[in-house]
Design a binder for this molecule. Sequence first.
Ligand code: BTN
Length: 254
Amino acid sequence: MSPASMPAIGHTILRLDEVGSTNTLVMETPAYLENHGLVVLARHQTAGRGRIGRKWVSLPDAQLQFSVVLHPPLPREELPVVSLLAGLAVAEALEAALGLAPVLKWPNDVLLEGRKVCGILMELKQGAQGGLRLVVGIGLNCLGGEEGFPPELRDRLTTIEQAAGRPVDKEAVLQAVLAALQAWYDRLTAGGRPALLDAWERRSDMIGKTLRYPTPAGPREGRAAGLTEEGYLLIETAEGGRHIHAAGEVEWLG
Ligand code: BTN
């Protein structure tokens, strides 16, 4: 199918009351995985998953927790940028719908006032009829205040309502995120990777910031220099060299 004739992102939104993880459900259900644009949303996840094996804390009704199926007509090496695309789309949606000023933090956290409001977990699977399928899981803290989170996470997390200081319509946020995802997806698949990377960098405040990153020889410190063409993090090392960090955690030191 050509990109123009693909069904729209969010053509169907499957709304579940409770599930282990929307990402796991989609990854394990071939009919869902084969359905480009399908959104599977849960009111509550009992085993929500975060990046690098972490747990995602599910707050029933207060969050948007959903997975989007994408079949990008792109070579495998270009797929990591789709995860950046998701963070950028969430940030643009929060600005467009609510006038907020989100900041992106590599690899793909969205922050409001320095605290995480959204996390993204992108997973990849070979489709039954060939082709690569992406499952982009988005967890967005929408309603209530920090008191909803476990005490040890409260100073690092926020919600849209807390940052906006007024009530928020979760459904309107969902529709704004899906529209922004569609707009950037169309642009990316029409050759817009440089524009995407540029827009992502402009929404991030990471350039020049110091960070600690893992290496086989132990943790090292460096400065963020930007994104590579693949969407990886380019680091200027303390020794004046360059290091490309493709995946895994970095610790931002400021
Ligand atoms: C992270 O910040 O580490 C990523 C969190 C991703 C959470 C979302 S919620 C919907 C989808 N289903 C999951 O199990 N995880 C993602």
